[in-house]
Ligand binder design. Structure first.
Ligand code: PMP
Length: 364
């Protein structure tokens, strides 16, 4: 059996060591005679898995004690509604920066529940740069400011200067980190709430992680569905109802893998190296190009176009045959996209570059 390099945007490649460990424990976890999937979520055994998972996540992200970590079904998209429902009343003003499709989706959903001021952006569906900070218009009375730290479709990532401009407003900052969580070190203290769908840097799909400062709890509007109310999750160890037990377990294996491979600090160094290698090759070649503003290019999602798009289908067919999977870009943006999350080894980037070079030569 051989494992391919899978460049899917999500669900995405998981570390091989994690998959092997899960395989070895699949039928019998820790001599219990059961798979983790078959255990009661209230059992002593499962609670030990859950507690370890949370402790490891807290360690790898250095999450302070005054933050709760919640594990919520429904992916990141459910939180698009959960955020206004937990933090604002109908008619309150909230600020959203629009940097692409995922920001737009969050804005659309929040607009159903509250009054959204778009700080900047939204003129184009898939912008290739972050709106200039000088154009940003915050509202005085916003309950919170929402950002998407990495737009997965285009590969556009907010930089320190953007984050500083957001933090300087002194408002609670909410960040959708679905596609760059744990890819580099961040200071959790700067955020009121961070959320991420699991299927990229965390584990299997179906689960979202919510990291929320305690003072953000207890403000949900009265008609918030129970399973969207963060306080209910916080008071019940995210077990008000039956959680996605196996997804939690696998996420726990990923957190442990991050710890044992040197933590987020080390992973960030590798991520930066991986991304710059690939961008460097794209920039050097006259066969491929990337349209994102250079200083705002994502470390996680590298988009590129072939100069001659008639060759796209052939590129995808040959790359697949070479064991380089899921390179097709999102249909909304076209071209190609290599999603190179934490689990993608550097050898995957090297193999992709070798393939791209050869394809360019063959089709020159
Ligand atoms: N935000 C971002 C930045 C994403 O990339 C995605 C999924 N690709 C989502 C939100 C939605 O996540 P989910 O499918 O888990 O709801």
């Amino acid at each position: 059996m051989s494992r391919a390099f899978n460049f899917s945007a999500g669900p995405a490649m998981l570390p091989e060591a994690v998959m092997r460990k899960a395989e070895s424990e699949f039928l019998d976890w820790n001599n219990t005679g059961m798979s983790v999937m078959e255990m009661s979520h209230r059992s002593k055994e499962y609670m030990s898995v859950a507690h370890q998972m949370e402790a490891d996540l807290r360690e790898v992200m250095a999450i302070p004690d005054n933050y709760k970590v919640l594990f919520i079904h429904g992916g990141a998209s459910l939180q698009f509604a959960g955020i206004p429902m937990n933090l604002a009343e109908q008619g309150d003003t909230v600020d959203y920066l629009n940097t692409g499709v995922w920001s737009t989706k969050a804005i659309k959903e929040a607009s159903r529940y509250t009054n959204v001021n778009v700080i900047a952006g939204g003129q184009e569906a898939n912008p290739t740069e972050v709106p200039d900070i000088s154009e940003w218009q915050f509202s005085d009375d916003a309950k919170y400011i929402h950002i998407c730290s990495n737009e997965t479709i285009t590969g556009l990532e907010l930089q320190d200067e953007h984050l500083e401009a957001i933090f300087s407003q002194g408002k609670p900052v909410i960040a959708d980190m679905s596609s760059n969580i744990m890819s580099r070190e961040i200071d959790v203290n700067k955020y009121a709430m961070i959320y991420a769908g699991a299927q990229k840097n965390i584990g299997p799909a179906g689960l979202a992680i919510v990291i929320v400062r305690e003072d953000m709890l207890g403000h949900a509007r009265s008609n918030t569905p129970t399973l969207l109310n963060w306080e209910i999750y916080a008071n019940n160890e995210s077990m008000f109802n039956t959680p996605a037990t196996y997804a939690w377990y696998l996420a726990g294996l990923v957190f442990d893998w991050i710890k044992t491979t040197g933590g987020v600090k080390h992973i960030a160094t590798v991520n930066q190296k991986k991304a710059s290698k690939l961008y460097q090759y794209i920039d050097e070649s006259d066969f491929y190009s990337n349209s994102i503003k250079v200083s705002e290019r994502s470390w996680m999602n590298v988009t590129f176009n072939l100069k001659n798009s008639d060759l796209d289908a052939e590129f995808l067919e040959q790359s697949k045959a070479a064991g380089l999977l899921s390179l097709k870009g999102h249909k909304a943006f076209g071209g190609m996209r290599a999603s190179i999350y934490n689990a993608m080894p550097e050898e995957g980037i090297d193999a992709l570059i070798v393939f791209m070079k050869q394809f360019a030569l063959d089709n020159a």
